[in-house]
Design a protein around this ligand. Structure first.
Ligand code: ADP
Length: 261
């Protein structure tokens, strides 16, 4: 028989955390994790105490992106202690407790909700300036589960530059409006490919979708991140873009500045 799920628990704020920010997208694969990780590292570099929750339980990539995929989670009492990464960001991810790197997570809804709940509620953050939540992709049940548990202070939306970005952004904005969480703005990712050979920019996915969406829906435009081949490789090696690229550092400094306003 299907387990019966009661009404969702009332969302709560993390004690001791000044700002909780959800990074979401209208769909998967647009660079939500890349933005979450680099934003978190940028905030940590600005001497802010920063935590990151990898709430994508299907494909928890953040440990790998932060070079922490061999770490384990520890508990103190009944609380989970976040893992310290080498980039100053403390991280909680389902990836730390899944048996192997390529274990697929195939759980039924109720169990999934329970896992997300435990994950979010039982973290011992201590005093933090920022906790960034790398949300499950899209605006479906899982994203809803997360947002019903944690009362966030703002949402950052990641889109790609195609015209469809308008639709994707709209879904995410509607979602945030329903939760009554302010939209801090839109980031356009994979905006223009910089050719590693000639340095020219090629707009593979067109350009400007994120900015158009921001204009259309009256929310701030936070910045544009180019598509760079090097990013994939470095990301797989556990080196965030803002750590090795001056250009990325500038872009994310600007995004972080607007998020902090
Ligand atoms: P999501 O969290 O939305 O599923 P990811 O951040 O995991 O997206 O990104 C999907 C893939 O695209 C990853 O392999 C990532 O390294 C790559 N990627 C993301 N942003 C960029 C970029 N600006 N340039 C090049 N590759 C990128």
């Amino acid at each position: 028989p299907q387990p019966i799920i009661g009404p969702p628990p009332k969302s709560q704020k993390y004690k001791g955390v000044k700002h909780t920010i959800m990074v979401m997208s209208g769909k998967g694969g647009v660079g939500k994790s890349t933005v979450s990780v680099n934003l978190a590292v940028t905030l940590a570099n600005q001497s802010l105490k920063t935590g990151l929750i990898d709430a994508d339980i299907n494909g928890p990539d953040d440990p790998k992106m932060l070079g922490a995929d061999n770490e384990k989670l520890y508990a103190q009492g009944d609380k989970i202690l976040p893992v310290k990464t080498r980039y100053g960001v403390d991280l909680v991810s389902m990836g730390f407790i899944l048996p192997t790197e390529d274990t697929a997570v195939i759980w039924r809804g109720a169990l999934r909700h329970k896992a997300i709940q435990q994950f979010l509620e039982d973290v011992m953050w201590g005093e933090r300036d920022y906790v960034i939540i790398d949300m499950p992709p899209g605006t479906g049940d899982e994203a809803l589960s997360v947002s019903q548990l944690i009362d966030a202070d703002g949402v950052v939306i990641v889109v790609t530059p195609q015209d469809i970005a308008l639709l994707d952004a709209k879904k995410a904005i509607n979602f945030a409006n329903q939760l009554k969480v302010p939209v801090l703005g839109i980031v356009e990712n994979m905006s223009g490919f910089i050719c590693p050979h000639c340095g020219q920019t090629v707009d593979i996915f067109k350009r400007g979708g994120g900015e158009k969406a921001a204009e259309a829906y009256g929310v701030p435009f936070l910045g544009r991140i180019p598509l760079v081949a090097e990013l994939v490789e470095k990301s797989d090696q556990g080196i965030p873009a803002v750590v090795y690229s001056e250009e990325m550092r500038k872009i994310f400094d600007e995004i972080a500045r607007k998020v902090r306003e």
